[in-house]
Structure formats: C-alpha cells, structure tokens
Design a protein around this ligand. Structure first.
Ligand code: PEP
Length: 253
C-alpha cells in the first residue's frame, strides 16, 4: 500500500528562530492530532535541517527534507550542499526538481537524474517534482510534457531504486497563485503519471508509488484533493508556513 505523505516546502522563508518555532509548533500538534500512517515532512532551508531533525526525531511520522542538493559529491563547488552533508544533518528526504529551481537555476531533466541518483545512493528519499506551465496546459500537451520529465529523470532507475522515489505533481500555474487545479484535473494527471510509470516499472510498482499534488493546496481544498483515487497527499508551499493550516492539511485524509 502506498504511503500518505504531506510535505511542506518552506522555500526561502524563516530565520533560525522562526523555523525552530514553526517546527516545534507542528511537532507538538502532530503528537496529539495527526493520524498514524500519515507521514509529514518539513522541507526546510539548509540552515534548519540539523536543528529541526533533532527536534522531530522522537516522532516517527515526522521527517525532514532539504529543498535541493548538489549534482556533485564533494569538491570545489562553492555554495553547494551535497547529499552526504544533508544526510549528516539527520534529514531523510530531499526535494528534487522543484519548478522554481528548474526556472531560476535552469535545472534540466538530465541534471535532476543525477541528483536523484546521488540522493538514492546516500539513502535519502527523493521527492521528485514535475509539472507543466500554463502555456503547455493550454496547448493540451501537459500529459506528454510531464511524462517526458519522468522519463528523462527517472526511467534509468532500477525497480528497486524507483520504489524509493516519491513524485510530486505540481502544475506551475497553480503554485503560489491561489489557483488550484480542480480535483478532476489533478486526478486525471496523477492517473496518467501512474500509468506512465507502469509502462516502465510495471503495475505493482506504479500502484505503490506515492504521487503528491502541489499547487495552492490549503485546509479548505485538501480533503477533496486527497480524496481522489490517485492522489496520495500534497507538497505544500505557502500553507506550510502556518502550523495550524499545515497540520489541518495533514489531517485531511
Ligand atoms: C510549492 O511550492 O511546492 C507549492 C505547492 O506552493 P503553494 O502551496 O504555495 O502553491
């Protein structure tokens, strides 16, 4: 059975103190409220990874993710953070290929394939992001475009490796815009992506892959989105910065 996952992406937000306050609030609420069987992930800036990992390590359903990793393992790459460094903080996940990194840092599907390989080699769970722009959606090519992102970044993996990857479908036109994909639009894409995974890795692996939805997911729409057959949770941006909203979303299954 695939895992239910709600992952927050703090992006470029929160000083050290602010981040620790937010993480403590979420950890405290989770102890009382979030159902067992829902895995919650906090995607923090690099500076928070170690402190937040220490703070959350007693809660087995609460995990920590970096928002990116280097394509290199070590060496003269000023400013980069390697998968081994991330692992050493206590974090267990890494978000790879978020649309903001694809857009502002020109990350390509080929580079993302390398990041996925390195994360898996280090024992980190990649949360691999994919999604189409509004232009592509309006041209009707969204399914082919997103399938191609999976093909180019994930289809070189073995079945065993792929079984450790989480996918986040995030239509770019819905990220941070307040415009959410309708549950029918999201379900249609999740189903198509699962079918695409099955062509390479087989039905059983596709059935067991968690595919998260991202794009203006909030307490008010999470239940309907998470109620769709192929939506296994969410990658949450803005609403992950408010503990109450984030925990309410985690409680929306
Ligand atoms: C995101 O950045 O991954 C995201 C889904 O953002 P938001 O929830 O703010 O749309």
């Amino acid at each position: 059975m695939r895992k239910k996952i709600v992952a927050g992406n703090w992006k470029l937000n929160n000083t050290m103190d602010e981040g620790l306050k937010l993480a403590s609030e979420i950890a405290n609420m989770m102890n009382d409220e979030v159902k067992d069987g829902v895995s919650v992930v906090l995607g923090t800036p690099f500076i928070h990874l170690n402190a937040v990992s220490n703070l959350t390590k007693t809660n087995k359903n609460l995990n920590v993710a970096a928002q990116d990793c280097s394509t290199h393992e070590s060496g003269a790459y000023t400013g980069d953070i390697s998968v081994a460094m991330i692992k050493s903080t206590g974090a267990s996940h890494v978000i790879i290929g978020h649309s903001e990194r694809r857009e502002y840092h020109n990350e390509t599907n080929t580079e993302l394939a390398t990041k996925v390989d390195l994360a898996l080699k280090e024992g980190l769970t990649p949360i691999f992001c994919c999604g189409e722009s509004l232009d592509i959606r309006e041209s009707g090519n969204h399914e082919a475009f997103v399938s191609q992102q999976l093909t180019e970044s994930l289809f070189h993996l073995s079945e065993e490796q792929m079984s450790k990857v989480v996918i986040a479908y995030e239509p770019i036109w819905a990220i941070g815009t307040g415009v959410t994909a309708s549950s029918a639009q999201a379900q249609e894409m999740h189903k198509a992506l699962r079918a695409h995974l099955a062509t390479k890795f087989g039905d059983s692996l596709a059935e067991n892959t968690s595919i998260l939805y991202g794009g203006s997911c909030k307490p008010g729409n999470a239940k309907e989105l998470f109620g769709q057959a192929d939506i296994d949770g969410g990658l949450i941006g803005g609403a992950s910065l408010k503990s109450r909203d984030f925990v309410d979303i985690a409680n929306s299954f």
